[in-house]
Design a protein around this ligand. Structure first.
Ligand code: CAA
Length: 384
């Protein structure tokens, strides 16, 4: 018989998980409610992550990163999101949507110039794909990039960009061949906020993940040196999609983390809350909810880890990442809904964290591709 499957973490992964858990509990969780209430960016946690190497998890060591891979990143993200989803998404976007595409598609010069600063946290990352008329239909973008001599001139508007006003580098997608059909003739650019014609606009006030910053980005004759074209000209949509394969694993891990927080808070409350003369955990109505939450979250974690494992082996994981994200985000929302129900009236107040979990959970079914887009991606792969 060959080597069997191994569901244990192994020493290295367990050590990373332990570190992430300790930092999350001591340095993130105590501030999560305030980040949410005050729409405050998680600056201190992000600085701490830089010290721990969590900002360069997908970056090779020769470029200043830890090269720990997507599985380790998923494990870290679950722990951080269990404490604070605003902090979690900021960390996820930085690693998966900015660091990763430079590693996968950048040339040597770009890697040398940017990756050490991304890994050290000097540069925070953002990813600008969505536009007012191109959300789920990302290929319908209208932002233009016109070549003028040794530079490209960008014009257009991107919206809902995580960390857009905080970023030191943004991967921006723009149409370089306006005559090409949707999804074609698009290129990716590494844009620094100091480039002329770049401006962060309106900041969104959101239902959840309120500590993360979500802004509009405006490009008004924004001048980008030719050297900052990422990957091949006109092939940017594939970079956007490949990047999202990784990002969706991160959001799946986020969903598992929020879901776990819901489950743990529910168990604690159900053991303490006495009604009809006994802790409500004694009632099957509560036990069944807890059983389903636990089962679904374990299944979600396995899907997330499978997709991460595939990506770490260099395999295409489009279908698996979409499955992980769609399943985990729905399991997370069911867990958040049940957590509030188990808490009853208490769950509907800010005295308990589950009302925040419910608000935070909601976005996992929306960003990096809404659930129905994930189902389209999965169905296409299955029916191919
Ligand atoms: N990897 C590599 N290439 C890929 C790919 C992948 N995962 N997926 C598609 N491609 C390629 C295809 O092979 C195709 O190439 P060819 O033309 O050479 O065959 C090309 O890309 C176009 O693909 P499709 O034909 O599938 O394009 P489509 O327009 O029909 O569908 C979609 C694409 C799946 C609907 C896509 O638009 C999509 O994922 N939409 C959702 C957008 C999204 O997720 N937005 C998230 C915003 S980012 C965000 O939320 C970040 C944040 O701040 C938190």
């Amino acid at each position: 018989m060959g080597e069997g499957m191994d569901f244990s973490y192994g020493e290295d992964l367990e050590a990373i998980r332990q570190t992430a858990r300790e930092v999350a509990e001591r340095e993130v969780a105590p501030f999560a409610a305030a980040f949410d209430r005050e729409e405050r960016f998680p600056e201190a946690p992000m600085r701490r992550f830089a010290e721990l190497g969590f900002l360069g998890m997908l970056i090779p060591e020769e470029h200043g990163g830890m090269n720990l891979g997507n599985l380790a990143l998923a494990v870290v993200l679950e722990e951080i999101n269990r404490a604070c989803a605003s902090t979690g998404v900021t960390l996820s976007v930085h690693n998966s949507l900015l660091g990763s595409p430079i590693v996968r598609f950048g040339n040597e010069e770009q890697k040398r110039r940017y990756l050490p600063r991304v890994a050290s946290g000097e540069i925070l990352g953002a990813y600008a794909l969505t536009e007012p008329n191109a959300g789920s239909d990302a290929g319908a973008m209208r932002t233009r990039a016109e070549r003028r001599g040794d530079r490209f001139v960008l014009n257009g508007t991107k919206i809902w960009i995580t960390s857009g006003d905080r970023a030191g580098l943004v991967v921006v997608y723009a149409k370089t061949d306006p005559a090409a059909p949707r999804g074609k003739g698009i290129s990716a650019f590494l844009v620094e906020p100091s480039f002329r014609g770049f401006r962060a606009g309106k900041k969104e006030s959101k239902t959840g993940i309120r500590g993360s910053s979500t802004v509009e980005l405006l490009f008004e004759d924004c001048e980008v040196p030719e050297a900052n074209l990422l990957g091949t000209l006109h092939e940017g949509f594939k970079i956007a999609m490949d990047t999202l394969d990784g990002g969706r694993i991160g959001i799946g891990a986020q969903a598992v983390g929020i879901g776990r927080a819901c489950l743990e808070a529910s168990i604690k409350y159900a053991k303490e809350r006495v009604q009809f003369g006994q802790p409500i955990a004694n009632f099957q109505a509560i036990q069944f909810k807890v059983a389903d939450m636990g089962t679904e979250l374990d299944a979600a974690r396995l899907l997330v880890h499978r997709a991460a494992w595939l990506r770490d082996r260099g395999a295409r994981c489009t279908r698996e990442a979409a499955m992980a994200k769609s399943f985990a985000s729905r399991a997370c929302n069911r867990a958040a809904d049940e957590a509030v129900q188990i808490h009853g009236g208490a769950g509907y107040t800010t005295e308990f964290p589950v009302e925040r979990y419910l608000r935070d959970a909601r976005i996992t079914e929306i960003y990096e591709g809404v659930t129905d887009i994930q189902r389209i991606v999965i169905a296409r792969a299955l029916l191919q």
